[in-house]
Design a protein around this ligand. Sequence first.
Ligand SMILES: CC(C)(COP(=O)(O)OP(=O)(O)OC[C@H]1O[C@@H](n2cnc3c(N)ncnc32)[C@H](O)[C@@H]1OP(=O)(O)O)[C@@H](O)C(=O)NCCC(=O)NCCS
Length: 175
Amino acid sequence: MKDIAIRIGQRGNLATLETLYPAAFPDEDLLPLVRALLAEPGSLVLSLVASVGQTLVGHILLTLCGVQGCDAKVALLGPLAVAPDYQQAGVGAALIQAGLREVETYGVSRVLVLGDPAYYSRFGFTPESEVVPPYPLPDEWREAWQSLPLGAATEQVAGELLVPSAWREPALWAA
Ligand SMILES: CC(C)(COP(=O)(O)OP(=O)(O)OC[C@H]1O[C@@H](n2cnc3c(N)ncnc32)[C@H](O)[C@@H]1OP(=O)(O)O)[C@@H](O)C(=O)NCCC(=O)NCCS
């Protein structure tokens, strides 16, 4: 789709996001997480929205995190949602690519995601085993835990992912 505009999310977008997330995820309530992430200090969470014309059609969040015992700056990608009528048109890809570019400018050397490998592998994400999530994942989600190094990053990053409070909710990491 042409003319997908990506920009930094604003406080005033929340009402639209309250409709977008249930439409994109009819079986899962991600709004408590989205609200909690948007309430974290702005320096920790990057919120990007995608618009086509005047319509907000997609949203992504990336949270800046640490790794225990490491100096590395990493980011946790998600959630990501695209309005059903605008899916399969490059909106998700545009949000991911913009998000990766933006967090790289913050010095982030690796981005982690818990998501469908069939989708995220398209962007170069591969299974992650050195950085471990804050709560143990169920076996069926092991393949869903992935990462992507950014830029010329070569440093070894290993240890437990240190997440801000919005992500310290065991149910978010359980099937
Ligand atoms: C998953 C989602 C974010 C993808 O965004 P999108 O804008 O629809 O996808 P894009 O247009 O960027 O990419 C579309 C391509 O990815 C593929 N794709 C989309 N979702 C996929 C999935 N779960 N697994 C594998 N491939 C997938 C499409 O087949 C399409 O392939 P093509 O380019 O070869 O035709 C979006 O569909 C969505 O919000 N879905 C509902 C919520 C959801 O499942 N979110 C999961 C985020 S982990």
